[in-house]
Design a binder for this molecule. Structure first.
Ligand SMILES: NC(=O)c1ccc[n+]([C@@H]2O[C@H](COP(=O)([O-])OP(=O)(O)OC[C@H]3O[C@@H](n4cnc5c(N)ncnc54)[C@H](O)[C@@H]3O)[C@@H](O)[C@H]2O)c1
Length: 323
């Protein structure tokens, strides 16, 4: 990578940023990846600068000082946390994106990755195999900001020829970092409780089906999209993308194949209503057709990998029969 072709990750210390940064460092080298966040990292794997994405002047200084050409904008307030502070969610999610897109328009950066979410869909969206183009009627502030963000990305791409790329992620599940306040956080927490030998109290009903993606697939999709040729990227709002769909009960069942005594109870809270407005499953054929997307993990292989890695990290012994 050339000197003036460095990468900036904003919101790098979150669930996705922690793992994406590792992949970027492995691919491009740690001297070419600058990480930023409002909170300090627990472990520094490349150069870190404290940055509030709402401070556009500071953002511009960092972009100039480190000769950044590519930005991964991950800083956001997610669905459940967003409902506790809607105005801050609007500010961080919208102003953060506008700041980055404007710096791209002014010629400071060449390429932008910004994740959207299945939260752009709503209660009136077709739930099964939700198509790329369909009704979008989000009821959460998070979903509203993601939908507006998608339109901004498409607008800047069309009007100013900005190379901005985006994925509508489903619920992400990973073992390296804890989630930051989303409606699908249970799908991470459940593995931690199972490994600690504790009962899990799930905040969604047992039969709530949602789309998910294991973190290695989310990282792979992001890298693949960003490395694709410009002409391959025909969707400039955001691509539908998915790994697999399942319910909390199915995750518990997959865990029981490895930890037989695992117990779960269901105590739905305000997040149930959010989950009920989201799709059951996603049609991601545009991503498959345009740049060859294909997930590697399903529920069973993710469960094995999650438990294996969590037991390694927490030095707990479990026996996993790889099927
Ligand atoms: N995790 C999921 O299931 C999921 C699903 C769909 C989309 N996404 C999207 O992926 C992106 C990353 O999500 P995540 O799960 O890593 O979220 P997260 O909450 O774990 O991480 C977000 C990070 O942004 C930082 N941040 C918050 N406000 C900031 C500010 N003002 N300036 C700078 N940094 C700030 C936080 O400190 C945190 O480290 C988000 O845009 C999110 O909407 C995530």
């Amino acid at each position: 990578m050339a000197e003036n072709n460095n990468i900036l990750v904003i919101g790098a210390n979150g669930q996705l940023g922690t793992e994406l940064t590792l992949a970027l460092v492995n691919t491009y080298g740690k001297d070419h990846v600058i990480t930023t966040d409002i909170r300090e990292p627990t472990e520094k794997i490349s150069l870190f600068e404290a940055l509030d994405v709402l401070n556009q002047e500071h953002l511009k200084q960092i972009i100039q000082a480190y000769q950044i050409s590519e930005v991964y904008l991950l800083a956001a307030l997610l669905s459940a946390r967003g409902e506790q502070n809607p105005m801050l969610t609007w500010q961080v999610n919208m102003d953060g994106l506008i700041h980055v897109l404007e710096l791209a328009r002014e010629g400071y950066i060449k390429k932008v990755f910004w994740p959207s979410s299945i939260a752009i869909f709503g209660a009136s969206t077709p739930k099964k195999d939700t198509p790329q183009e369909t009704i979008t009627s989000p009821d959460t502030m998070y979903g509203i900001t993601k939908l507006a963000g998608e339109r901004l990305c498409a607008y800047y791409a069309k009007k100013y020829h900005i190379d901005v790329r985006s994925l509508r992620f489903p619920g992400l599940v990973g073992y390296n970092a804890l989630p930051g306040g989303g409606t699908t956080d249970f799908a991470v927490d459940i593995y931690h409780k199972a490994l600690e030998g504790k009962k899990y109290h799930c905040f969604l009903q047992e039969n709530t089906q949602l789309p998910f993606m294991y973190m290695p697939d989310a990282v792979k999709a992001t890298m693949q999209l960003m490395q694709s040729q410009n002409h391959q990227v025909t969707v400039r709002s955001s691509y539908n993308i998915t790994g697999f769909s399942c319910t909390p009960a199915a995750i518990a069942e997959a865990i029981r194949k490895i930890i037989p005594g695992f117990e779960i109870t269901y105590e739905p809270d305000f997040r149930q209503q959010i989950a009920d407005s989201w799709p059951d499953s996603i049609d991601d054929q545009m991503a498959r057709k345009d740049w060859g997307w294909q997930p590697a993990f399903n529920l069973e292989s993710m469960t094995q990998d999650m438990l294996m890695n969590l037991s390694r990290l927490h030095k707990k012994e479990i026996i996993i029969d790889i099927v």
